[in-house]
Design a binder for this molecule. Structure first.
Ligand SMILES: [Zn+2]
Length: 479
């Protein structure tokens, strides 16, 4: 009885501490304001429109540098000062421009985004390569992913050059043309630096952006800064058998074994669930913005609720699960070619995204172990490790945070896990830090239209995006 009472007292004390900590967190709002300068954003939108009008879909095995050179020509007209005063390097349609600084011996920074886009299939409200501007939105493939990014840092450089601004270090503007197909365009730009033994101080790429209502129970616009990128894996799981006629099949035919394996993975993910500093930082930063006291209490007391969250988060949201663990998704399946033939060999393919604490090697080893139970072989087709992480206490993250706070003073900064793939994974090893943040604001609806029908972007988000890049360039003076 006495022990029970002591336990109860301890629990009450813990709860009291959690409540006190929650009460000490002030309630805040995080709001994005688009530009009010109509003349400025209309002018910018017309420039972005010209960039969208050059169709730059990239296809695997069909490189077409000429179409990117056509876009470069358009950009020369849109940003004449940049192309007049800066050195230009072009490799197979991938473009690098050097805006010379006062101290060329200082490590440069590289602003990058890709110029290729994914195909625009389906039924679009406005033609995908016209860049129609309707009701404050510019419509078209690449408007958000990510010609707006390239436009913004070129425009920033154009304006700074016109002002006669001389940056502290060299500023490079890079744009690859193979990002959407995972090609080697970015590597070709990286090579320019490794050949010259130049190690950039930081690379700013896409990845995170200013998002709306990031999770249930938290409203507002948040600047999600990608601090690392998960690894990528295509694998093939193969089942072999004796084949034969399907009239006397026996048990454990190849497809049945694959199905058992798939069911086991699907029933309970074999991958470890844990909090990375990115996720922990994200939840902590979200605490002041929670609608309910209960949610705020959870986020403000991760020391207490982390074990519970680890169980709950993957169960309630696939997006949350993707931030906490390696994921695996079955994508293609093949057996025999006839209804009445048992395959001698059947396979299923899967796409994996590796989390740093359980990377490619460990995750694949785990899959092999489970596959062995069903007498299956595992073949790695195309796999890469997760990238290194941006240091949340490092100067580059701080610089990005300062630029956001200056340009978007009412928007909260969140560290964020990039679950897709970007060009910065090719830069990661060769630079001091990669900051993955595209400084535009999108609604959840606009976010869902990326790579889909009716991609669009608010045009009043363009001026702050340009200002963000100007700020990043100016902040190099503080290094
Ligand atoms: Zn992209």
């Amino acid at each position: 009885m006495k022990i029970l009472l002591i336990i109860l007292c301890i629990l009450l004390c813990i709860l009291l501490i959690a409540v006190m900590r929650t009460l000490s967190v002030p309630h805040k709002t995080s709001v994005y304001h688009g530009s009010k300068d109509e003349k400025r954003y209309n002018g910018y939108a017309l420039k972005l429109q010209k960039m969208i009008q050059v169709e730059t879909v990239s296809y695997r095995d069909r490189p077409d540098p000429e179409k990117f050179r056509r876009l470069h020509k358009v950009m020369e007209e849109l940003f004449p000062t940049v192309f007049e005063r800066c050195e230009k390097y072009e490799v197979d349609g991938n473009l690098l421009v050097r805006y010379k600084g006062k101290h060329p011996e200082k490590q440069p920074i590289v602003l990058i985004s890709h110029l290729d886009v994914v195909p625009a299939e389906g039924d679009w409200t406005y033609p995908p390569f016209e860049g129609k501007i309707v009701d404050g939105k510019i419509h078209g493939r690449g408007s958000f992913d990510v010609k707006c990014g390239v436009f913004s840092f070129y425009q920033a450089a154009e304006e700074l050059l016109k002002e006669g601004y001389e940056p502290e270090c060299d500023i490079f503007l890079g744009s690859s043309c193979t990002e959407e197909i995972g090609g080697d365009g970015a590597s070709k730009l990286v090579k320019w630096f490794t050949d010259r033994n130049i190690r950039p101080y930081m690379v700013c790429d896409e990845g995170g952006t200013i998002i709306e209502d990031p999770i249930g129970g938290v409203k507002g616009n948040f600047a999600a800064v990608g601090i690392f990128e998960k690894g990528y894996g295509d694998i093939k799981i193969i089942a072999k058998g004796h084949g034969g006629h399907s009239s006397s099949p026996g048990r454990n035919t190849p497809i049945a074994r694959l199905a058992k394996f798939e069911a086991e993975i699907e029933r309970k993910s074999p991958f470890k669930v844990a909090f990375t500093p990115a996720v922990e930082g994200m939840l902590k930063n979200l605490a002041p913005y929670c609608d309910s006291f209960l949610l705020k209490m959870v986020f403000a007391n991760l020391w207490l609720f982390k074990p519970l969250l680890k169980k709950v988060m993957p169960a309630i949201s696939p997006q949350a699960a993707a931030m906490l663990q390696t994921t695996m998704c079955f994508t293609m399946q093949k057996g025999s070619d006839a209804y009445n033939v048992i395959p001698q060999e059947a396979y299923v393919t899967a796409n994996l995204r590796f989390i740093p604490f359980e990377g490619r090697k460990e995750s694949i080893a785990l899959i092999r172990q489970i596959a062995a139970k069903y007498d299956l072989e595992v073949e790695e087709v195309n796999c890469s490790d997760p990238t290194g992480s941006l240091d949340l206490n490092g100067p580059q993250f701080d610089m990005c945070k300062k630029a956001i706070e200056k340009v978007f003073p009412d928007v909260c900064v969140l560290p964020y896990v990039v679950t897709g793939g970007t060009d910065s994974r090719f830069w990661d090893r060769y630079v001091d830090a990669c900051v993955r943040f595209e400084p535009v604001n999108v609604s959840n609806d606009q976010l869902s239209k990326m790579h889909a029908v009716d991609e669009n972007l608010n045009i009043d988000t363009l001026p702050p995006a340009v200002d963000y890049y100007k700020e990043i360039i100016r902040l190099q003076e503080s290094r």
